[in-house]
Design a protein around this ligand. Structure first.
Ligand SMILES: Cc1cc2nc3c(=O)[nH]c(=O)nc-3n(C[C@H](O)[C@H](O)[C@H](O)COP(=O)(O)OP(=O)(O)OC[C@H]3O[C@@H](n4cnc5c(N)ncnc54)[C@H](O)[C@@H]3O)c2cc1C
Length: 472
């Protein structure tokens, strides 16, 4: 219930961060209003339902949160109508389909390359003490490569190389896997997905994202075509109906929402903000999930060096190309990664594998992501050209058998996709965050934190921002 001394609070954005913030404020008696520039809710977690019967998310989304509370919240928003599955994931590399993670599934790849990989990874594992004796005082007591018990996977930054002198991601990859695997696999993928070379990236975003095998797993994967599943996440959830957005659908009702209301100016001295260039409102507290470069441009009188620092923050744009296909089961995989330069997209995913309700009867769907960035690989061509290149790529890799199979097509560009952790990021983000804090703006979410955070973490980030207001 609102309290009599409640403040004038606005939350910018209806993605998971805005949702977490608004819900927490409302539940703590702080009347809040949500502002959203789009005509729909969900931010990057939005889903689009098309008349033809296909449902596509804004890039492939599934939930793998480990927070029970968020699992329950997301499920409750769907009326507990959720599918849970383990995913089959594969990689396309030089014409071979390789199960994911590639490092433990190298069976059938060129012998000369595999021999080199095996020798180099043995050296890499030895260098980080993976073969040390397993007495209980050893940091690797749980087994080779520091693998924990119970199938728990080690975090990359803790097990690959604990020394502080790793200068960049390229070095980390080579130290972790050896030169041949690093250069042929993750370094190639980095250029496609992050749009820049691994040497231009730091390692503080890695967490458990890259699988750290032990030698036995690598050898087994080279000798046998059949290997156990080893994704760093083994359990995924997806709403049966209405796409991923259904997980955050409560944001529509948790607080009053003004759609098509873009915050275009913020006056931190007078505590006012402007919507769509004309409507001025007073505020006591502002929670923002706006991207840092956007908010810095909006703040009246913000220091030029900080605006420039924000403009220098790198982020990818995803050209998202969606096809409805008139053939069931076009893919064994839930999603696939692509390394080769000739294939334009970095990843394809298959919404009908997440929920059969995303396609009409007898159909499949494929969503392909091709990445660009203003800083490293600007999108110079047209979206139509990306669509055309995507069709060619899908024909090459065999996902499509012919163009005639396409019964639905829709493409768009997501302007804020993945934060690029280049060497300019940390210092710039710290300075901008300091400025926002000094000016009483609570930033949150993936692009407010400017971090590689998922939907659940974004929700929690919004809630933490709200909590800071509640505590004042
Ligand atoms: C391709 C891709 C795949 C992903 N896959 C997964 C996945 O599988 N699982 C997972 O958990 N996460 C996934 N994520 C991450 C997930 O999408 C984000 O963590 C999450 O959406 C971030 O939430 P947010 O609220 O911080 O930001 P957003 O979702 O970006 O929401 C920000 C909101 O603010 C609004 N806004 C911005 N500027 C203004 C303004 N000036 N005025 C008013 N409104 C404004 C935007 O319109 C938007 O609605 C993926 C992301 C991408 C790009």
């Amino acid at each position: 219930m609102p309290t009599s001394d409640s403040k004038n609070i606005f939350v910018i954005g209806t993605g998971p961060a805005g949702y977490g913030a608004a819900k927490h404020l409302m539940e703590n008696g702080q009347p809040t209003r949500l502002l959203e520039k789009n005509s729909y809710f969900g931010g990057h977690c939005a889903s689009f339902e098309f008349e033809e019967g296909f449902v596509f998310d804004d890039g492939p989304h599934i939930s793998f949160t480990k927070h029970d509370e968020i699992k329950e919240l997301f499920a409750a928003n769907t009326g507990n109508d959720v599918s849970q599955f383990s995913a089959y994931v594969d990689n396309w590399w030089r014409g071979y389909w390789v199960k994911h993670p590639a490092i433990t599934s190298m069976h059938g790849l060129p012998t000369e390359m595999n021999t080199k990989i095996l020798m180099e990874i043995t050296t890499a594992l030895a260098a980080r003490g993976a073969f040390a004796s397993s007495d209980s005082d050893s940091p690797n007591a749980a087994g080779p490569a520091g693998k924990g018990t119970g199938g728990e996977q080690p975090s990359a930054d803790s097990s690959a190389d604990s020394s502080d002198d790793v200068k960049n991601y390229e070095e980390w990859l080579i130290r972790s896997y050896g030169d041949t695997y690093a250069r042929n696999f993750p370094m190639e993928y980095t250029v496609k997905y992050h749009t820049t070379e691994a040497k231009n990236l730091t390692t503080d975003w890695l967490g458990p994202r890259l699988y750290q095998p032990d030698l036995e797993e690598v050898i087994q994967g080279m000798l046998s075509a059949e290997t156990p599943d080893r994704h760093y996440i083994s359990e995924f959830r997806y709403p049966n109906k209405k796409g991923f957005a259904n997980f955050v659908s409560e944001v529509q009702t948790v607080a009053p929402v003004s759609y098509e209301s873009e915050v275009t100016e913020i006056d931190v001295i007078n505590r006012t903000f402007t919507i769509n260039g004309s409507e001025v409102h007073n505020y006591d507290h502002l929670v923002s999930s706006m991207p840092l470069p956007t908010i810095m441009k909006c703040i009246k009188g913000a220091p030029t060096d900080l605006i420039q620092a924000a403009e220098g923050l790198a982020c990818t744009q995803a050209a998202i190309v969606n096809f409805g296909v008139k053939r069931p089961e076009i893919s064994k995989a839930h999603w696939s990664y692509f390394y080769d330069e000739e294939i334009p997209f970095a990843r394809t995913s298959f919404p009908h594998k997440f929920s059969p309700h995303t396609v009409p009867e007898g159909c499949s769907a494929v969503q392909a992501e091709t990445y660009f960035s203003d800083k490293y690989r600007p999108m110079t061509g047209t979206l139509d050209q990306v669509v055309e290149d995507t069709i060619e790529g899908l024909l090459t890799v065999g996902t499509l058998k012919s163009r005639d199979e396409i019964v639905f097509s829709k493409a768009w560009v997501a302007p804020w996709a993945q934060v690029i952790f280049d060497h300019d990021r940390k210092e710039a983000v710290e300075a901008i965050h300091g400025f926002l804090r000094e000016n009483n703006i609570e930033y949150c979410g993936r692009f407010g934190e400017w971090a590689y955070i998922w939907s659940d973490e974004s929700y929690l980030s919004g809630r933490a921002a709200a909590d800071r207001i509640i505590q004042t």
